[in-house]
Design a protein around this ligand. Structure first.
Ligand code: NAD
Ligand code: UDP
Ligand code: UDP
Length: 328
């Protein structure tokens, strides 16, 4: 305990979020590629607060320094501006490999570069993992299950798809690999302009613009809050499961329901506008998370409304920030 004055002084000099103390033997050196992005920056927060040493490697294609700026200067933290397509020589115990353009406008911006990131970049990180004996977790996506007409069933379990050949074959070379199949995720630090449904609807509702529903809005998605995903990624990394594991929230809603929910949480007068259906839009998507539940003891715990409220708060601050900075 401290006196009022010393508490105040500690409060004023406390530059960083609180960090747990870990003994040398429990503290790990962890690399997060894409750590300045949406998911990666939340993962950085968790691993830093848990007391680990975190190195973020990012080329700032879609990531931002601002997402991790609260750690800059901390003795356990390092931020490296580096493209994973180039080899990387550092010493680490674990690698979370998240670096990849994630949304359609971003991965279509330069398809060749996207391919290089996903192939050469992953190969480099596997090479690094092999050299230093680190375990690597690969961020894969529910997209591997296919879109309209290709998904065998809307409730998707890990077997309903192709095998990740690169990872499988390198695994045989003795690299320990974990594969997360990430389903739709939302939360603070999502990109404002990448056209995802949650960010679009929240921004539209906050700005009094119409909420743009593509098609009839009867297509479904199931959204997990980013803190749930991050807990799942850490549980998977520290497990002994080398086959792919779905991480997502099975609570399924229609897109029209999302529009109505967001409109009412923002208390917005925006109306809903129906636009033409998006091309190849999967009609249903919902993860089967029995494997994660059974083997990791993991399941999402953040209620949709709570996650949406936090995200709405974030975007509303971002809009304010933009408005305050537009004349600088
Ligand atoms: P994001 O765009 O916010 O993060 C990706 C990060 O990787 C960015 O910081 C970007 O600058 C960085 N990056 C891209 N190319 C790079 C390169 N060549 N070298 C170094 N850094 C590079 O996206 P996100 O939503 O945080 O996604 C993270 C991972 O999770 C991605 O691999 C994505 O495919 C996967 N994923 C995300 C979702 C989702 O709903 N957000 C769903 C499925 C899968
Ligand atoms: N690599 C890397 N960092 C390392 C070790 C390897 O970036 O610490 C890269 C290396 O440049 C190569 C790739 O990973 O392009 C695969 O390495 P590996 O040793 O598996 O294959 P090789 O170099 O024998 O082709
Ligand atoms: N969508 C929509 N309006 C928007 C953005 C997206 O109706 O402004 C729909 C889109 O057609 C899809 C769903 O919302 O059916 C989810 O889209 P998103 O791009 O967020 O994720 P993904 O299609 O990759 O699941």
């Amino acid at each position: 305990s401290c006196t009022f004055t010393s508490c105040l002084l500690i409060g004023l000099t406390q530059k960083y979020p609180p960090v747990k103390f870990l003994s040398e033997k429990d503290r790990k050196r962890i690399l997060i590629t894409g750590g300045a992005g949406f998911v990666g920056s939340h993962l950085t927060d968790k691993l830093m607060m848990d007391g680990h040493e975190v190195t973020v490697v990012d080329n700032f294609f879609t990531g931002r320094k601002r997402n991790v700026e609260h750690w800059i200067g901390h003795e356990n933290f390092e931020l490296i501006n580096h493209d994973v397509v180039e080899p990387l020589y550092i010493e680490v115990d674990q690698i979370y490999h998240l670096a990849s353009p994630a949304s359609p406008p971003n991965y279509m911006y330069n398809p060749i570069k996207t391919l290089k990131t996903n192939t050469i970049g992953t190969l480099n990180m596997l090479g690094l993992a092999k050299r230093v004996g680190a375990r690597l977790l690969l961020a894969s996506t529910s997209e591997v299950y296919g879109g309209k007409g290709r998904a065998p069933h809307p409730v998707l379990c890990e077997d309903s798809n192709k095998v990740n050949v690169t990872v499988r074959s390198v695994f045989q070379e003795g690299v320990e690999v974990r594969v997360a199949r990430i389903f739709n995720t939302f939360g603070s630090r999502m990109h404002m302009n990448d056209g995802r449904v949650v960010s679009n609807f929240i921004l539209q509702a906050l700005q009094g613009e119409p909420l743009t529903v593509y098609g009839t809005g009867s297509q479904t998605r199931a959204f997990q809050y980013v803190s749930d995903l991050v807990n799942g990624l850490v549980a998977l990394m520290n497990s002994n499961i080398s086959s792919p594991v779905n991480l997502g929230n099975p609570e399924e809603h229609t897109i029209l329901e999302f529009a109505q929910m967001i409109k009412s949480l923002v208390v917005s007068r925006s109306h809903i506008q129906f636009l033409p259906e998006a091309q190849d839009d999967p009609q249903r998507r919902r993860p089967d998370i029995r494997k994660a539940k059974m083997l990791l003891g993991w399941e999402p715990v953040v209620p949709l409304e709570e996650g949406l409220n936090k995200t709405i708060q974030y975007f509303s601050k971002e809009l304010e920030h933009q408005a305050n900075n537009q004349y600088i």
